[in-house]
Ligand binder design. Sequence first.
Ligand code: FES
Length: 268
Amino acid sequence: MKEDLNDQDYYLEVEAPHVTKHWKPGQFVIIMTHEKGERVPLSVATINGGRVGMFIKKLGKTSVELYREFRVGSSLYAVSGPLGKPLKLEDYGTVVLASDAVCGHAEQLGLAQELAKLGNKVISIQTFKTEKEVYPEKYLTTKYADEHYITTLDGTAGYKGHYIDLLRELVARREVKAVFAGGALASLKKLAEATAGLDAKVYALVRTIMVDGTGMCGSCRVRYNGVIAYACRDGPWFDARLVDWDDVLRRDARFKKIEKIALEKYLA
Ligand code: FES
């Protein structure tokens, strides 16, 4: 099953019972379209029987190719997982979930359900650039959260601003005990700065460039609490305030040029 979420993002559901049987919130999958294709790490948005649902942005060659050329009934070369460490969730009290991009929006769906089950009061904030980019209701966290906020950068829907602006307001008024945020890495750096003095657990989804996804290649290296960790094996969720975000951002920029060339070649 494939469905548009907005102009850029789409939902893809694939048969992968080997993943759904063992998956826990926090874990991810790596997909490959072809034997020699790129390995793309993706967050799990939904588990539907033996099917895994993912949110994907048409950003690089593989994601565009997958959108254009794979139809219902097509097969992917591989869907590996579940990978990464599951989050150890508990009843924290009031929890904020925040996201501003595909991977973060996807993670929110599973997290909101699990945190609510554990007894937490769940506040969800989902940021989009503009009203036109807001996902269809069924792909938002609305029905799983006690409070759900949309924010748009231009103010065309919901609160005007970024999730960090609204989060600052919320924590000034409420006793928030845990924050889980995912999406743009630059926003997560800001989140770590904005919550520096907050008496709460603050977790960030560190979605780095990955190859094997098992801790062997070193591609997803993260400087964490003064030591080297691997996002695929030790994460992908980390305490946001212990991550060296400048290093994460620098490493993330490594392949931007090559990715751009690969997409241009594919589209030519
Ligand atoms: Fe290779 Fe994490 S993807 S070490």
